[in-house]
Design a protein around this ligand. Sequence first.
Ligand code: MN
Length: 416
Amino acid sequence: MRQQSFIPVAPQSHFPIQNLPYGIFAPAAGGPPRAGVAIGDYVLDLAQLEQYGLLETDFFDQPGLNTFMAAGSDVWLAVRAALQHLLDANTPTLRDNVELRQKLFFPQSQVVMHLPAQIGDYTDFYSSREHATNVGIMFRGADNALMPNWLHLPVAYHGRASSVVLSGTDIHRPYGQTIRDGADAPTFGPSRLMDFELEMGFFVGPGNALGHPIPVNTAANHIFGLALVNDWSARDIQKWEYQPLGPFLAKNLATSISPWIVTLAALEPFRCPSPPQAPPPLPYLQSEGDWAYDIHLEVQLQSAQMAAPAVIARSNFRTLYWNMCQQLAHHTITGCNMRPGDLLASGTISGATPDAYGSLLELTWRGSRPLALPGGETRKFLEDGDRLTLTGWAQGDGFRVGFGEVTGRLLPPLPL
Ligand code: MN
């Protein structure tokens, strides 16, 4: 019999007692940001749990989870066990104390969420073979789709942490330099080819000292948990600027993340094998065990005219070629130091079939096959007023370990 909470949780809820994701919230009625866990439609206030002596820790009365992330997996597991006990249907401590419950639980509709951590550094990988192949075919042709390095190392670029924003933040169409097909000089103006990227990211827990790489087979000890990521992308800016050093302004306008961090402990039942790797990676990238996760992912688009969002893609985190342990080992093999709260994103998660592509670039094949939306509109790239929402969950037997959502609207460019 699976564990139940005294807090009612619907089978479709993303936040059963098996999940307990961490986030930073503030009551809408007022009060400082602090840590909480999501349970059903509520947030349990962890800062107050500490103040009442119900948690013997000192991590949660803070506006970020960084110190808790730094504490490591033994502490994470002890806190998770304590929370699962307190929330259990058979534990009377909170269940039978109405006064305490009213202080400790906030309806999620009555809180404001904040970024879950102070994100010092952000890196974006490119770990979906299907995505890299699709983009390669479009830009270089089928014969040169994958660059020669791609099957040997997890390609990535250093992103911009300052513009990582929380779900609900609307984005203005950015300005930049672009060059039209066939033109011999660039022009300046608002991007015409705005896109999203369906990604997941993980937050680093304990870091490593400068000069000391994280070995691939202990890398999981450095992973606190995962969130949904939308890597907003200006394709026309990207196409002109990306050679030879990779994306720069096409990606730094904003990166949106979901507010709740789902821990590896909550995802443990959903571990599964990654796609086979051939040729075998070099020894420092050889990962033992299964480090993919079966997480169903969906992309929804709602235009200003549409009454409801439409699902435009369905994918799965398990399809990624390079796993998180390999990404972390590769990122640090030079001795590069990770710090608690650093965010490492997967890259666009595209599946094998056209309905599983994780960007409009692929879904519309660079605009050549416009997407039909309910109500008669079509899309090649994002239009002003479009709302983009990513969601995802791992399906258990009668429960879901879910990620909630990351959502945001594309708004017209601000006047310069
Ligand atoms: Mn990306």
